[in-house]
Design a protein around this ligand. Structure first.
Ligand code: GDP
Ligand code: MG
Length: 297
């Protein structure tokens, strides 16, 4: 069932609300060119959100800054409507000097907070559109070594403004052993630099099963990702989304092959509302009070 995205699985109270209003979700992808950002977004939401690669775009040498581009799509699944916006950051990490690569990204995130703050202060608050970024998927190059200084710089700047979800891009080029070792080094680096990641919140009412699911999801971070938008046939004759190699097929939707389903569970299927709540109640609220304090309000 590859056509299934999963957001219609959200808890029933959100389900009802969303049937009435539709709901929106804004996700930003950050990482060097060619790491599979566009492919992963299409894989996650099971639709092509981007024009094919062949379309002309200015090469990185011409545009000297990170451009911010946003694409929206209306998805519908079992009567549940979702307005999805993907904010892409082409050009990130492509320059000789990437020292300030985080700046336009952070500015974009803060501008969205500012716009929301302004809307909240207006008289009619009924129809505020939430354009804040609810999650950033950060793509780590599959080097197998450790994080790059740029990765650490960017994540350090972003982690208290957004829900950060790091992924190992194109993990099909690493062996299982390499992935395990790479993940451990990345986690140690993140700890050392005190970079906070989004964690699924735990509630007292959680069942043992839910607790276990949350623990498993968190233990897989950074998710080892494989993106693929086309279907291939496995040696045993199944048609799956995956990437074909002379030695076999890497399946996107197979827990034994990569963590794609875990990422999807975190982002789309189970925790979308938690990502939005955490954005609103913690990240935005911290930003708002710091801003008001600085203004002497
Ligand atoms: P972006 O520049 O980060 O948006 O990267 P794209 O999504 O355009 O992908 C760049 C190239 O990498 C394309 O040729 C994709 O087919 C390929 N690609 C994307 N995801 C994967 C993956 O998970 N594994 C491998 N091996 N290749 C991938
Ligand atoms: Mg792209």
């Amino acid at each position: 069932l590859t056509g299934f995205v999963g957001f219609s699985n959200l808890p029933i109270q959100w389900h009802r609300k969303s049937i009435q209003n539709g709901f929106n979700f804004n996700v930003m992808v950050v990482g060097e060119s060619g790491l599979g950002k566009s492919t992963l977004v299409s894989t996650l939401f099971n639709m092509p959100l981007y024009p094919p690669r062949s379309e002309k775009r200015p090469p990185a040498e011409i545009s000297k800054t990170v451009a911010i581009k946003s694409v929206s799509a209306d998805l519908e699944e079992r009567g549940v409507k979702l307005r999805l916006t993907v904010v892409d950051t082409p050009g990130f990490g492509d320059f000789v000097n990437n020292e300030d690569a985080w700046r336009p990204i952070l500015e974009n995130i803060e501008q969205r907070f500012d716009a929301f703050l302004e809307a909240e202060n207006k008289a009619n608050r009924a129809n505020i559109v939430d354009n804040r970024i609810h999650a950033v998927i950060y793509f780590i190059a599959p080097t197998g070594h450790s994080l790059k200084p740029l990765d650490i710089a960017v994540m350090t700047k972003l982690h208290d403004k957004v829900n950060l979800i790091p992924v190992i891009a194109k993990s099909d080029i690493l062996t299982d052993e390499e992935i395990i070792a790479f993940k451990a080094r990345i986690r140690a680096d993140l700890d050392y630099h005190r970079i906070n990641l989004f964690e699924t919140p735990r509630y007292e009412v959680d069942s043992d099963e839910t607790m276990e699911e949350k623990t498993t999801i968190i233990s897989k971070i950074p998710f080892a990702i494989v993106g693929a938008t086309s279907e291939v046939t496995t040696p045993d004759g199944r048609v799956v989304r995956g990437r074909k190699y002379p030695w076999g097929v890497v399946e996107v939707d197979n827990e034994d092959h990569c963590d794609f389903l875990k990422l999807r569970a975190m982002l789309v299927k189970n925790y979308m509302e938690e990502l939005k709540e955490y954005t609103n109640e913690i990240l935005y609220e911290n930003y708002r009070s710091a801003k008001l304090m600085a203004m002497g309000v």
